[in-house]
Design a binder for this molecule. Sequence first.
Ligand SMILES: [Zn+2]
Ligand SMILES: [Zn+2]
Length: 299
Amino acid sequence: MNMEDIFSQFGDIFGDDIFGNFFGGQRTRGGQRVRGVRGSNLRIKLKLSYEEIAKGVTKHIKVKKYVPCQTCHGSGAKDKGSVQTCGTCGGSGQVRRVTNTFLGQMQTVTTCPTCNGEGTVITAKCTTCKGEGRVYAEETVSIEVPAGVLEGMQLNISGRGNAGERGGPPGDLIILIEEETHKELQRDGLNVVYDLHISFTDAVFGTQIEVPTIDGRAKIKIPAGTQSGKIFRLKGKGFPGVNSYEKGDQLVHVNVWTPQHITSEEKAMLDKLSHSQNFKPHPDKNEKSFFDKMREMFS
Ligand SMILES: [Zn+2]
Ligand SMILES: [Zn+2]
């Protein structure tokens, strides 16, 4: 698997069946005989956590797919003697056809209809696979997922799909990436957003607080007098780019919690404070607007 494979979308464009037939036994490469029929592509979904995506991960997953038949080693024949040269084409896999047209005789070379271009025919089939050369089985596949993949991305692992018929080349294994939702963090491209709720007193006095990140917990300092809506940026605590050296940030969005149920004692204290000039809002004109902050956050 290499980086170019990641963006391969062939499975989508052509559809597995068309793709399978297209490269199957009916095609001859440079006049060479082709063995069997190409196996179809196999598509599976792979769910990954934010932590796995951030670091990259090797997954071992069980897949049900066609594998080469062990009895006949993929040939589909009962034994060596039951594979014979095709009588129609004499083993070349091609037949010449002469047609009469008003321009004269025309000669065309086509794939042999008897052997589908394989040049051989099977007179007695393998009993294990009934001549198909492959059987349905479960196989454990190791998938190396690079760091930074995104929901909906496809990884194309060449040759790890379904085995071909009668020794034909295997199809590809196409992995469709799905992101598991995180209970505290939210991904936004390379960045990670965390909604932090702090008490009114912590906002006034300032505090040190632990926040979750995709790489464990991190301590952040909330300065005295922090306003609700403030966004702190933890540089480099986001996701890596899948094919770049870029790295996102974590954005900590501060929400100051307004008490909703208070005792009569607390009410009396707050009543006294409510007359203080310090408790009247007087927003800083130099402070960025909500719109600017949002734009900065999602840039
Ligand atoms: Zn077999
Ligand atoms: Zn033939």
